[in-house]
Write a protein that binds this ligand. Structure first.
Ligand SMILES: Cc1cc2nc3c(=O)[nH]c(=O)nc-3n(C[C@H](O)[C@H](O)[C@H](O)COP(=O)(O)OP(=O)(O)OC[C@H]3O[C@@H](n4cnc5c(N)ncnc54)[C@H](O)[C@@H]3O)c2cc1C
Length: 384
């Protein structure tokens, strides 16, 4: 749903200009230093990007899902690490509070998240609980008016920069499954929280993950999201469902950029006395990429519109995440092929995208987990 096309177009134009003039020229520096320049993060704050999904009454832009996807199509035509710094705040880090938090919890945290003053992280995964997130072992034991949290979380995006965590922990040790899990808002400065070293990753330099260790961390009982125990896994799944459409939109944005670069190269590069773009075998690589990109774009917009209409999009969100993240992997692979040896060289940037996009098939539910969700929903529907 697009509320006001003129306002949205102005935002899309500003984001496209920001990407062209500020982010693309900084890509190499980010890849070399593994840091996003603070001035760029500040400009993202000023553009309102940290508040994209937060309601206007808390100082955000309150974008609908379709509007958010259209912004991501523009914002992600550059190194995905730039999106990552806002991604957890607009997505998985803040949405739990928005969806299930009490009015007091929302009023306390959302305004600071919307401005980007506080960066949010989402802490679900553990060393022994990845795809099987419901088996998580981090515990939160009620003692007076505080919960005492113990455990460790793994691969947490933006953890080294986070001001708060949306943390999933087990409040009922007798229930080893999803029903024993609760969600909390945890101030990252709480005593007892420590961080592992930055993970050394395949790609997305500039986006940081690390372990987060909770050692007898006291979390006020008032920070239990929705003030209800046992609801945390449901909150996490709702957050991830929206996140899947978000990551699919990110994949579309990156694919647009990679395909544009590959096309430009194919038109300029000559072999056998003619531009390689005129060879039909190269054209097949371009055409397959264009068709798949278009399909992913249509899927994302359709799923976003359905979600904006209030429909259940559990299956569609997983279809989008699975198809779009696999699509961008194939597009990046073909782009390397189109560039030939240059595709393998750091100087041309395509090999960086090839490594960067590999992540999209892994986090927020691997491709296999999306397949399981889609098929389970299909079978459940058929057996009703
Ligand atoms: C860079 C990065 C950032 C991340 N950021 C965050 C974050 O901010 N917050 C957070 O909580 N987590 C985060 N994660 C964790 C991420 O969500 C998990 O890595 C992911 O869910 C997969 O879990 P796993 O790594 O334990 O793999 P595993 O669950 O061990 O899976 C290994 C393989 O087995 C397959 N598999 C597992 N179960 C099944 C099954 N039932 N059927 C078929 N195949 C199966 C998987 O598809 C995969 O191919 C991040 C991960 C990375 C790499």
């Amino acid at each position: 749903m697009i509320r006001d096309p003129e306002t949205l177009n102005q935002l899309l134009d500003s984001v496209a200009r920001f990407v062209r003039e500020r982010l693309v020229p900084a890509e190499q520096e980010v890849a070399e230093t593994d840091e996003i320049p603070p001035a760029i993060v500040q400009e993202m704050r000023e553009l309102g990007l940290f508040g994209m999904t937060i309601p206007e009454r808390f100082g955000g832009l309150e974008l609908t899902m379709e509007e958010e996807c259209r912004v991501l199509f523009e914002l992600c035509q550059t190194a995905p690490a730039f999106r990552s710094i806002i991604g957890t705040t607009v997505g998985i880090g803040s949405q739990g509070i928005l969806m299930d938090g009490t009015p007091e919890q929302q009023a306390e945290w959302l305004p600071r998240l919307a401005t980007g003053e506080v960066i949010a992280s989402f802490a679900l995964t553990e060393p022994e609980a990845g795809s099987d997130a419901a088996s998580l072992r981090t515990t939160a034991r009620l003692e007076g008016d505080h919960y005492i949290v113990n455990g460790s979380k793994r691969y947490i995006t933006n953890a080294p920069h986070a001001g708060m965590f949306t943390l999933m922990a087990r409040t009922n040790p007798a229930d080893k499954g999803a029903g024993g899990v609760s969600a909390f808002i945890v101030d990252a400065k709480s005593p007892g929280i420590s961080f592992g070293k930055y993970d050394v990753k395949m790609g997305q330099r500039g986006a940081h993950t690390c372990d987060v260790i909770f050692d007898n961390v006291r979390v006020p009982a008032a920070n239990l999201i929705g003030l209800k125990e046992g609801q945390g896994f449901k909150t996490a799944m709702k957050v991830l469902e929206k996140g899947r459409i978000h990551i699919a939109a990110v994949s579309v944005g990156v694919a647009r950029r990679v395909l544009r670069d590959a096309l430009q190269y194919a038109v300029q590069r000559k072999q056998f006395g003619q531009p390689i773009a005129e060879f039909q075998l190269v054209q097949a690589l371009l055409a397959d990429s264009q068709a798949e990109l278009y399909a992913a774009e249509c899927m994302v917009i359709d799923a976003a519109r359905r979600r904006d209409e209030g429909l259940n999009v559990a299956t569609e969100a997983s279809c989008c995440k699975m198809f779009a993240t696999e699509m961008v992997g194939r597009v990046a692979d073909r782009a390397v092929q189109i560039l030939g040896g240059a595709g393998y060289m750091a100087e041309y940037g395509i090999e960086r995208f090839y490594r960067d996009v590999r992540l999209f098939r892994l986090y927020e539910g691997t491709t296999q987990i999306q397949q399981i969700i889609i098929a389970r929903n299909m079978v459940r529907e058929a057996m009703r």
